[in-house]
Structure formats: structure tokens, C-alpha cells
Design a protein around this ligand. Structure first.
Ligand code: FIX
Ligand code: ZN
Length: 418
């Protein structure tokens, strides 16, 4: 009978694989240095991340407009004083800043914001990108590229060189939830559309999608959807999905990614920090998969209450790939709960995490924190099968981690639904 490896040996294999396997980060808001103002990095960006703005303005109860009138330097100093000096930085978003500083080798205990600033001022964006991707052990950053955002649109219209470590994604929320306003924008951009959503308009929306997928070399089409989203129904969203997005996605064998459950701007005064969450309708997503078997779908949902039914739905539809612990789910307690549930329901066939990083430095902490949790869950799951007599091999551990961190997503991109 084969000698079973010791628990400590298996755990070492897991730690080695989790730390050494490069990641394909399949949803971020990051950009390469030549995208200018869109590439965010450094301590002042880290500290003024919208998660920390929301946490600060609960405590520093200055008028919202007073905060927005500050310079970013002043905003960072207010946030630092409020969340890191006057109070313990124990939230996940605060802890993340500390992890980044620590992994960069800075004197975290000094709590000296200006000293940290000196380090970042000594970096160039190009060298810092290399440093951060190496520290985070991330090999590919999948972007979120919005042709309705004027600064980004201008950059793309000038045919920018895209660092091969970055992959583009066509993000099209206004096409689904922005009617009738989006018709004027499309018209201004040279697409002959009307709010009647007739055949000619659908043809023009397909042309819009094709133009931008070609321009960006987009690897999937993405949107976020509110808790109220239903499919199918008699809304413009269903018509655009059925007559424009899905035909183009099938034609190009691209996934359509739906990120479901965000309540936009429940507090507009917080701007990007003003979004919230509510339970969405997973049945609508199941119908999207069931009624379009020749399409493939990436999916993540924002509400904790949707996670179990979504994992069960994933067992039913191989044309969907479940990914990540999105946004308000991206906290250790929920990453742990959901990753365990997904491993128990889906085994190796899902993508446990994405970073959703908006500031480059964040991939260091978002992946450090998630790697530690994923490793612990794997140790428990492998120990469970070892206890049942299974002979675990190093290769099996490595294959599992490689699938989670890159392989499942990359194979899904290649696969044609049959
Ligand atoms: O819709 C999205 O891509 C969300 O991830 C963002 O809008 C959100 O602000 C975010 O960055 C969450 O982590
Ligand atoms: Zn995002």
C-alpha cells in the first residue's frame, strides 16, 4: 500500500503551491503606465480608496462637500489621522494598507505618512508596476475598460500600446441599465440608434460592441447589474442581451460576465463609495445560462445571501464559471465561508478570487490575504480526503492551485460551449 505523506508534508506542498503559482487576476480596475491618469498607485491613492473614504466619513463627520473640496493630499491626511492614528486600523481595508507597506519593507510601526510618501516619490510607475506584480506574484491583470468613460475612450481612440501583462475587457453597463440616456451617447459616438430598440438599433449596438472589442482586443464583455435585474423580461436590458451582446459573444467565443447585486449610489454624497448591496435573483441568472447554452458566462454576486444558490447553479450549468469574493464579500470571514462552501460543492471547478483592485498596490494585500485563506481551506479539504485513505501527491496539489489561480479561467476562455 502506498505510504501516505504526512499532514505536515501535504501542508508544505499547499503553502509552496499557493505562494509560488502566478495568478491571472480576472477582474481589476488597473491600467498600465501609458494610460496616464487612469493608472492609480502610491500611498495617497491607497489611503483615499473609496472603501476608506466611507469608513472615515462615518467618524470624521465633516460635511461631505467639505471632504470633496480638499486636495487628495489633504483627504489622505484626514483618512490617515482618523482611521490609522486616532483609531485602530482594524478594518480589512485599513489592514490592507498596512500589509502593502510591510511587504514593501517600510517601517509600518512609524505610522509616518510623509516617510511613506518619500518612498513612493522615489519610484517610477514603470518600475513600481514590475515590483508590485512580482511581490503579488500576479502574471496577468484583467482590466475593466469603459468606452462610455470619456478619458478612457480618448486613450483607446489613440490606439495605445497595451503592456501584454494587461488584458482588456469591454464594460457596457449603460447599454443595459442606461436607456434612454445612452442612446444620445451612442449617437454622439456615430452609431445610429434610437430608443425604440428596433432592428436597426440592435444592428448598430452590435457594431458598437464589435468596434470596441476589436479596438481593445477584449477577452470578455462585462456588466454589473442591480438586485432588481430579471431575465428574461420586457426591459431594454433583455433585448440588448438577447439581440446584441449574446450574438456577438457567441460569434467571437467570448464570455459575458455578469456581476449582480449592486445598488448604485444609495448615498450619492459618497460618490464611488456610495454603492450598496442587496440580494439579487439567481433564478434569472440560471435562466440566462439555460436559455443560451451556446454562450458562456462569468458570474459573481455581491450579496452573501446569493452565494449558496449561485454555487448550486454552477453545478447545473457548465457554461457558467463562478468567480471571486466580490467587493463587500472580500473580507476574511466571508472569503473563508464561501471558499469552503464552493470547494465542497464544486471541487476544483471555480475561480476562488479576483482582486477588484483599483490601485495597483492593492494586489499585494488582496492576494496575500486571500492566498492565506485559500491555503488554509485547501489544507482542511486535503486532510479530509487523506483521512479517508486518499494518497495525496504534490502534483495533485499543484494542479488544484494552478486551476484556481489561472487554469480554470484560461481554459474557459478557450472552450466553445457545445
Ligand atoms: O462594478 C464593479 O466593477 C465594482 O467592482 C466597482 O464598481 C466597485 O467600486 C469596486 O471597485 C469594488 O471593489
Ligand atoms: Zn470591479
Amino acid at each position: 500500500m502506498a505510504e501516505a505523506p504526512a499532514v505536515s508534508q501535504v501542508n508544505q506542498w499547499i503553502d509552496d503551491a499557493v505562494q509560488s503559482t502566478p495568478i491571472v487576476d480576472l477582474h481589476t480596475h488597473l491600467y498600465p503606465p501609458n494610460f496616464g491618469p487612469l493608472m492609480l498607485w502610491g500611498i495617497d491613492e491607497l489611503v483615499t480608496y473609496h472603501y476608506l473614504i466611507a469608513e472615515t466619513l462615518r467618524i470624521a463627520t465633516i460635511p461631505y462637500e467639505q471632504y470633496w473640496a480638499m486636495t487628495q493630499k489633504q483627504q489622505a491626511e484626514l483618512i490617515w489621522k482618523t482611521l490609522f492614528v486616532e483609531h485602530a486600523p482594524i478594518s480589512e481595508a485599513c489592514r490592507g494598507v498596512l500589509t502593502v507597506l510591510q511587504r514593501l519593507g517600510l517601517d509600518v510601526a512609524s505610522a509616518n505618512l510623509n516617510q511613506f510618501r518619500d518612498f513612493f516619490h522615489s519610484q517610477t510607475s514603470e518600475q513600481y508596476l514590475d515590483k508590485v506584480m512580482k511581490l503579488a506574484n500576479v502574471r496577468t491583470l484583467v482590466m475593466t475598460n469603459d468606452p462610455f468613460e470619456s478619458v478612457e475612450r480618448e486613450i483607446w481612440l489613440n490606439n495605445p500600446r497595451v503592456d501584454p501583462r494587461f488584458k482588456a475587457v469591454l464594460r457596457i453597463d449603460p447599454l443595459l441599465v442606461g436607456w434612454p440616456r445612452v442612446a444620445d451617447v451612442l449617437t454622439d459616438h456615430g452609431y445610429k440608434v434610437s430608443t425604440d430598440l428596433g432592428a436597426n438599433t440592435m444592428k448598430e449596438i452590435r457594431r458598437f460592441l464589435s468596434d470596441w472589442l476589436d479596438r481593445m482586443k477584449g477577452i470578455y464583455i462585462a456588466c454589473s447589474l442591480p438586485p432588481s435585474w430579471r431575465y428574461p423580461d420586457d426591459s431594454p436590458a433583455t433585448k440588448v442581451i438577447n439581440e446584441a451582446i449574446l450574438p456577438i459573444a457567441r460569434e467571437r467565443n467570448l464570455p459575458f460576465a455578469t456581476m449582480i447585486g449592486v445598488n448604485k449610489l444609495v448615498n450619492p454624497s459618497l460618490r464611488l463609495a456610495g454603492d450598496s448591496v442587496a440580494k439579487a435573483d439567481a433564478r434569472s441568472f440560471e435562466r440566462l445560462c439555460a436559455q443560451n447554452p451556446k454562450n458562456k458566462f462569468l458570474v459573481t454576486m455581491l450579496s452573501r445571501e446569493n452565494q449558496h444558490e449561485l454555487a448550486v447553479a454552477s453545478r447545473k450549468f457548465r457554461n457558467m464559471l463562478l468567480f471571486g469574493c466580490w467587493w463587500f464579500m472580500n473580507n476574511p470571514i466571508l472569503i473563508n465561508e464561501i471558499t469552503r462552501m464552493r470547494m465542497e460543492l464544486l471541487g476544483t471547478s471555480f475561480v476562488p478570487q479576483h482582486s477588484d483592485a483599483r490601485i495597483l498596490d492593492q494586489i499585494i494585500y488582496k492576494w496575500d490575504h486571500s492566498r492565506a485563506i485559500i491555503a488554509q481551506v485547501l489544507k482542511d479539504k486535503f486532510q479530509d480526503i487523506a483521512s479517508a485513505g486518499w494518497a495525496i501527491t504534490r502534483q495533485q496539489v499543484q494542479t488544484t492551485v494552478s486551476d484556481y489561480f489561472a487554469g480554470n479561467f484560461e481554459r474557459f476562455l478557450q472552450w466553445t460551449p457545445n
